[in-house]
Design a protein around this ligand. Structure first.
Ligand code: GLA
Length: 654
């Protein structure tokens, strides 16, 4: 099933015609058609132009834009335009602007200036979404709805009195009584015992470290509050246009929002991804976030924004060298995207993003950028048959946002160097290098379909989650500092790994974080050695536990580092190289061996080979088939130029 009614792989970008004189629009749509653009995201920041005065709409210009797009075969990902409130709303209701943790109310002049809990903002946003759906529900260009924009990009939280009221209501619903809140937050520490909900405030700037239980609930609340804002608009749209899919663009592996919960509320998952061209490892980190997007709903997703070349928001904005835009786009398709879209169509002449690259650069159709646009459009047309194809993964990486929030709480942890993204990548990168497909999964999902389940870290682990992990039928690998606290961020009785104790057969006597730059040697049972950084633990294994690696040297000398009971492996440190563990647990999980820097990704009947290096590569083909990009038959081996790609339709039944 395709994501929208538009066939093939979607191609296009954000289109902001309101930033241009109308004479330019005709050229826009003509060039879109020339490049094979099939979808444009419209009106994301257009509220002030659509509703110039309260309740007085001016849709005339957007009518003409949508008509023009439709006449040129371009569908609309139509935004509800609520990503920035108009100045009149802020002047009439200054309380819609967010307040920071120090109590400063932010001012108008940028974007996303709203308090997530503001009823006034919500009412106006829903009113506009309703007006948009009423006006455009029957327009033939409308293919999908785009609500808000990158929630939590600038505004994740607000500390105003309205947010405080909303937080209290959320806490009442969660705990029922202030006694239960006191117990959950451990308010007997540092004399914080509350005698009524009205005394509870958001975790504003305080003299010292803030109660971690309060912070964890605040993180949950902030994700939920923005989600409520999204679903309010979504419901308004669904009531009028039930058949039109609704999305909001995610921001890859974002700390602030629980995307497992968010994805369940939208019709299709879409993502914005901006790998840094200056970072040679960025294609690995971005592959992880693409796999997350595919895993959120376990179906294809849409890359809704990416950069054709440089962005404008890093300190140094390096352009994409020739070939990289195409390669990165094909990479997204390899990892399950059914479309590749960009920010933005025409490069702006003004505003903070005037130096951000675009499909149509300042220099127009004679630029290398425009040639890249034409080439990518043609390539995506050649790959149309890939749309809808599923990915089959036998390995799952498990993580959840609550645990992430707990793990990275400020000022109260054994080490603030233990970061979830590093932990995930320490496993993902070597799997990616072997061409092994990986799903991401939340800790409470049924994991029985996977042959190998890796939990890089589950600091916060409930009894139910431990039960789900114990039910894993394949190999289970659990990383360090897991099973430490319960849902209230309280240490499990008896210490780590808490509810995982029996499953893993180890007790953690002491956490042993390593100072910056320090390493701890580890000796594997086969005699090989490795290094741990950042984190180690003093373990006490049960008698029936096999020790797969021991710490070598230093204060932990001779103590177990990696253990195994049954099919459950525990890794108590952050290893530089997890190869010995992977070699043991992967068994015959299908891998695709390719040279370093070349990515091999299987999607349905297609094999993507992506050369991220600047050297030519020769690759032995595991299958014969037809390269869809060059329309040639390949067998045996194939040569890949620097930053080139092959997309093989595998021959026969595999
Ligand atoms: C995000 C936003 C866009 C734009 C780009 C720039 O994707 O959604 O509006 O700011 O970043 O990279």
């Amino acid at each position: 099933m395709s994501l929208t009614r538009v066939p093939g792989l979607l191609f296009g970008g954000d289109y902001n015609p309101e930033q241009w004189p109308e004479e330019v629009w005709a050229e826009d749509v003509r060039l879109m058609a020339e490049a094979g653009v099939t979808m444009a995201t419209v009106a994301v920041f257009a509220w002030s132009r659509l509703e110039p005065a309260p309740g007085a709409y001016d849709f005339s210009w957007l009518d003409r834009v949508l008509d023009l797009l439709h006449e040129h075969g371009v569908a609309a990902d139509l935004a509800t335009a609520t990503a920035t409130p108009p100045p009149w709303l802020v002047r009439d209701h200054p309380e819609v602007m967010p307040v920071d943790a120090a109590g400063v109310r932010l001012e108008f002049g940028s974007r996303q200036g709203y308090c997530p809990s503001s009823p006034v903002f919500r009412e106006h946003a829903v009113r506009l979404a309703t007006a948009m759906a009423t006006r455009y529900g029957g327009h033939p260009a409308l293919a999908m709805w785009h609500v808000g924009n990158e929630y939590a990009d600038h505004t994740l939280e607000c500390f105003c009195p309205e947010s405080a009221r909303h937080f209290r209501a959320w806490l009442r619903a969660r705990y029922g009584s202030v006694g239960a809140l006191n117990a959950a937050w451990g308010t007997s520490c540092w004399g914080q015992h509350y005698t009524g909900f009205e005394q509870v405030e958001p975790p504003r700037r305080a003299p010292g470290p803030v109660n971690p239980g309060q912070l964890l609930d605040w993180r949950r609340f902030c994700s939920d509050a923005l989600l409520e804002l999204f679903t309010a608009e979504r419901d308004a749209l669904r009531a009028i246009t039930p058949g039109v899919p609704v999305t909001t663009n995610f921001m890859s592996l974002l700390h602030g929002l629980d995307y497992w919960a968010w994805a369940a509320e939208e019709d299709l998952v879409s993502d914005d991804a901006y790998p840094d061209p200056a970072d040679p490892g960025s294609h690995v980190a971005v592959a992880l976030s693409y796999d997350l997007m595919r895993s959120l709903r376990q179906r294809p997703w849409l890359l809704l924004e990416s950069a054709p070349s440089a962005v404008s928001w890093r300190e140094v904005n390096v352009p994409k060298p020739p070939g990289m835009m195409r390669l990165h786009s094909l990479q997204a398709v390899a990892h399950g995207a059914d479309g590749v879209m960009f920010f933005q169509w025409r490069q702006a002449r003004y505003g903070p993003e005037k130096f951000h690259s675009a499909l149509l650069p300042h220099g127009g159709v004679h630029t290398r950028g425009w040639q890249d646009t034409l080439r990518l459009g043609a390539d995506l047309r050649r790959l149309a048959e890939v749309a809808g194809a599923a990915t089959r993964a036998e390995v799952a990486l498990v993580f959840g946002w609550e645990s992430w929030w707990g793990l990275e709480a400020p000022e109260s942890m054994p080490s603030d160097r233990l970061r979830l993204k590093d932990l995930l990548l320490s496993w993902y990168a070597p799997l990616h290098a072997r061409g092994i497909a990986v799903d991401l999964a939340p800790p409470d999902r049924d994991l029985s379909a996977y042959r190998v389940v890796i939990v890089p870290n589950l600091y916060l682990c409930t009894a139910e989650q431990a039960k789900a992990l114990a039910a894993v039928t394949g190999e289970l690998v659990v990383g360090p500092f897991s099973g430490v606290v319960d849902a209230s961020d309280q240490v499990h009785p008896g210490g780590a790994p808490g509810p995982l104790r029996d499953l893993l057969g180890v007790a953690v006597d002491e956490f042993w974080p390593l100072p910056d730059g320090a390493t701890q040697r580890v000796r594997h049972a086969d005699g090989g050695t490795g290094l741990a950084r950042t984190w180690a633990e003093w373990l006490r294994p049960d008698d029936d536990v096999t020790v797969l690696a021991r710490y070598a040297g230093g204060d932990l000398d001779g103590l177990p580092a990696v253990t195994r009971r049954g099919r459950a492996t525990y890794v108590s440190c952050l290893l530089d190289d997890v190869t010995p563990v992977l070699d043991r647990v992967l068994g015959d999980v299908p891998a695709l061996r390719v040279p370093p820097g070349v990515e091999a990704v299987r999607r349905g009947r297609h094999l993507f080979l992506l050369n991220h290096t600047t050297d030519p590569q020769r690759i032995t083909l595991p299958f014969a088939g037809r390269d869809l990009l060059t329309d040639t038959d390949l067998r045996g081996s194939v040569g890949l130029a620097p930053r080139d790609a092959v997309v093989l339709r595998i021959e026969g039944d595999t």
